[in-house]
Design a binder for this molecule. Structure first.
Ligand code: AR6
Length: 169
């Protein structure tokens, strides 16, 4: 799997699947989540509501991933995942890595060959950006997740974060 760093907005990425930094409710929020629902239109929220009415009655657990349509976005699917809220007292990094690994597994079930990830947990959930990049790359550059994905993009929202990521890559 090729790993590429990109600066910009995840909603405009022309890939098979984009990953949403969602919350357990699956019913929307700010940051990446807000941008995806705004640009993708109501079809995404409709499918999220259907998930909540079915298998995900209690919502999506931290570290798990589930797919919906991407509505009007250029991508075919949105893979929703829930990052952990950063804690200085407790190491929640295995949960953060699960977000990437489980998103790749869902991508494999869909047959997606390209995927774009935001830097999960590094916004509202306050994960320090440099470590968030390190956790993402540990999974994306590791070889233990079976997937159909050939191209993975890590989409950084600003140049400062991209510089950090470039150094780590
Ligand atoms: N494209 C790419 N990256 C973005 C974009 C965008 N359009 N917008 C923000 N970022 P966040 P979290 C960056 O807060 O920390 C929501 O309310 C941002 O600068 O979107 O996992 C959900 O509903 C940051 O580096 O996700 C949850 O309640 C990174 O994306 C909660 O926030 C992630 O920031 C999830 O918080």
């Amino acid at each position: 799997m090729r790993v590429e760093l990109v600066t910009g907005d995840i909603t405009v990425q022309e890939v098979d699947a984009i990953v949403n930094a969602a919350n357990s409710s699956l019913l929307g929020g700010g940051g990446v989540d807000g941008a995806i629902h705004r640009r993708g239109g109501p079809a995404i929220l409709d499918e999220c509501r259907a998930l909540r009415a079915g298998h995900y009655g209690r919502g999506l657990a931290v570290g798990e991933a589930v797919a919906t349509t991407a509505g009007r976005l250029p991508a075919r699917w949105v893979i929703h995942t829930v990052g952990p809220v950063f804690s200085a007292r407790e190491d929640r990094s295995p949960l953060l890595r699960n977000c990437y690994a489980n998103s790749l597994r869902v991508a494999a079930e869909l047959g997606a060959r390209s995927i774009a990830f935001p830097l999960v947990s590094s916004g509202v959930y306050r994960w320090p950006k440099e470590d968030a990049v390190a956790q993402a790359l540990a999974v994306l550059r590791g070889s233990d997740v079976p997937t159909t994905v050939e191209d993975a993009r890590l989409v950084l929202f600003d140049d400062a974060t991209r510089v950090i990521a470039q150094r780590l890559l």
